[in-house]
Design a protein around this ligand. Structure first.
Ligand SMILES: Cc1cc2nc3c(=O)[nH]c(=O)nc-3n(C[C@H](O)[C@H](O)[C@H](O)COP(=O)(O)OP(=O)(O)OC[C@H]3O[C@@H](n4cnc5c(N)ncnc54)[C@H](O)[C@@H]3O)c2cc1C
Ligand SMILES: NC(=O)C1=CN([C@@H]2O[C@H](COP(=O)(O)OP(=O)(O)OC[C@H]3O[C@@H](n4cnc5c(N)ncnc54)[C@H](OP(=O)(O)O)[C@@H]3O)[C@@H](O)[C@H]2O)C=CC1
Ligand SMILES: O=C(O)C(=O)Cc1c[nH]c2ccccc12
Length: 408
């Protein structure tokens, strides 16, 4: 059974046998499943009313995984064999639903964790949601690197007459037909949304304020990511990056010429060091080359938004109808995890991969490796093994704990 026994002494105070996991995304589900396999129950607290809320509520219709399926599987249960190489978001969600079903994982939905504190006197984590306080020896943060949208404070944006949406609220280009759309940001979201807009006859203008690596999703029929992972086992990172860039330039041409300058650091090294994901191109680049997607390469980006347009840092101006913020995401850990210096101010573990999964006093983190779902799988397995070593079911919960911790 995935679910933990709960001991509720009154409406507000719940003792949890086994760890409390915050977040029912892929990371929370994977960790709960691995714990179950080790015979350890757990409880997932999820703020929304469904699992994998990022995938169910905050992604656009056309989204597919951009890494091949074998790099996106959770531990213990793979994708169904009939899934394509790059599953759609709907297939990924259905996989996650059956994964949760298979391991009998039943998250407590509509439980937004507002604070988690370590009680030094009792040696337990006290986790508060709007309804209850949950108490356990172990706390696992699984709220994700993409918990909240990054909304830049651009002067004048509140006075803009058209619509302004972040990519997390964008579904499709159908609402933007024949509009001039300013897409701010050129990561995977900015590129894919711009491509989607083209398919609905909108006119995307993509703002590029920085350097960016664009790689083809595949090289000679093999996924670029898979090639990189295979080469890394044998060659130094700098050589793998050199190879990827050589082939990328051969396939895509010099992206500098269309306003997409490459960073000095190679794509995989940059991802590992800063977390900045290279764009894995699924067609946007050819739309850029043909002029369907217009690139505004401007150092420091947009200076100001007016009622019907944008002014750029280099003095240029452009009339536009709508704005899409493809400005990325951030962790929300600092807003709820209290009195803990394991995370930096951006809500990422200070200890780098592969050692960032374990903090102290029974605190763990899953899915903060900047290595996508592969990183999630690796963290989940390690956390479950570590907690299983400490788990003694017979003294998991004595009534005295419940009485001791009676809510004030
Ligand atoms: C558009 C997009 C596409 C991606 N595609 C890929 C891909 O192809 N391959 C890949 O490897 N990675 C991909 N990623 C990276 C992505 O982060 C992972 O795929 C995955 O979703 C991470 O899982 P997670 O469980 O760590 O975080 P999330 O999926 O973000 O799940 C976190 C959960 O925690 C909940 N939560 C947050 N705060 C609280 C709180 N205070 N209290 C309670 N619950 C809370 C959220 O509601 C959410 O359900 C993509 C990311 C995005 C944005
Ligand atoms: N198909 C798939 O699987 C997809 C996967 N993803 C994944 O989701 C994650 C998030 O991607 P994404 O949403 O693209 O976010 P990213 O963080 O990757 O990109 C954000 C972009 O916005 C720019 N930006 C941020 N603030 C401003 C500003 N004020 N003015 C101008 N530009 C700004 C950044 O520029 P700068 O570099 O200067 O900071 C960057 O180009 C990534 O891991 C990505 O791989 C996303 C979409 C599809
Ligand atoms: O899709 C993402 O956001 C990921 O983090 C997946 C990922 C992990 N490592 C990478 C290296 C290159 C491109 C994508 C990824």
């Amino acid at each position: 059974m995935g679910s933990s026994k709960l001991h509720q002494n009154d409406a507000n105070c719940v003792w949890v046998d086994g760890p409390i996991i915050v977040g029912a995304g892929p990371s929370g589900l994977a960790t709960s499943a691995c714990l179950t396999q080790q015979g350890v129950p757990s409880l997932i607290l999820e703020k929304s009313d469904c699992l994998a809320s990022l995938w169910q509520l905050r992604t656009y219709d056309r989204l597919k995984l951009h890494l091949p399926k074998q790099f996106c599987e959770l531990p213990l249960l793979g994708f169904p064999h009939n899934f394509p190489k790059y599953p759609t978001q709907h297939q990924f969600i259905s996989y996650l639903e059956s994964y949760a079903g298979h391991f009998s994982i039943q998250p407590r939905f509509n439980q937004a964790v507002q604070s988690a504190d370590y009680d030094h006197i009792l040696g337990f984590w006290r986790v508060k949601t709007q309804d209850s306080e949950y108490i356990s020896r172990w706390l696992i943060t699984a709220t994700g690197e993409n918990a909240e949208p990054v909304i830049p404070d651009i002067p004048g944006i509140n006075k803009f007459n058209g619509s302004v949406v972040h990519t997390s609220s964008y579904k499709s280009g159908s609402e933007f037909k024949n509009q001039r759309v300013l897409v701010i940001g050129c990561g995977n979201s900015g590129m894919e949304v711009s491509l989607d807009l083209c398919r609905y006859n909108a006119i995307p203008h993509m703002v590029v304020r920085n350097t960016v690596h664009v790689l083809p999703r595949e090289m000679f029929g093999f996924s670029t990511f898979g090639i990189a992972m295979a080469l890394i086992k044998w060659f130094p990172l700098w050589l793998v990056d050199k190879f990827l860039l050589l082939v990328a330039n051969f396939i895509l041409g010099n992206t500098d010429q269309v306003g997409l300058r490459r960073p000095k650091t190679g794509p995989i090294e940059l991802k590992n060091v800063t977390g900045k994901t290279p764009v894995l191109d699924v067609g946007a680049l050819s739309q850029i080359k043909s002029g369907e997607i217009k690139v505004f390469q401007v150092m420091e980006g947009v200076k100001e938004i007016t009622g019907n347009g944008a002014k750029f840092m280099d003095g240029r101006e452009k009339e536009i109808d709508s704005i899409i913020l493809a400005t990325g995401y951030k962790s929300n850990v600092p807003t709820w995890l209290k009195g803990c210096d394991f995370f930096n101010k951006d809500g990422m573990p200070k200890t780098p991969f592969p050692n960032g999964w374990k903090a102290e006093k029974g605190l763990y983190t899953v899915g903060f490796t900047r290595r996508g779902l592969l990183g999630t799988a690796s963290d989940a397995v390690k956390i479950a093994r570590d907690i299983a070593r400490q788990w003694r079911p017979n003294d998991s919960c004595s009534n005295s704990h419940v009485i001791l911790l009676k809510e004030t």
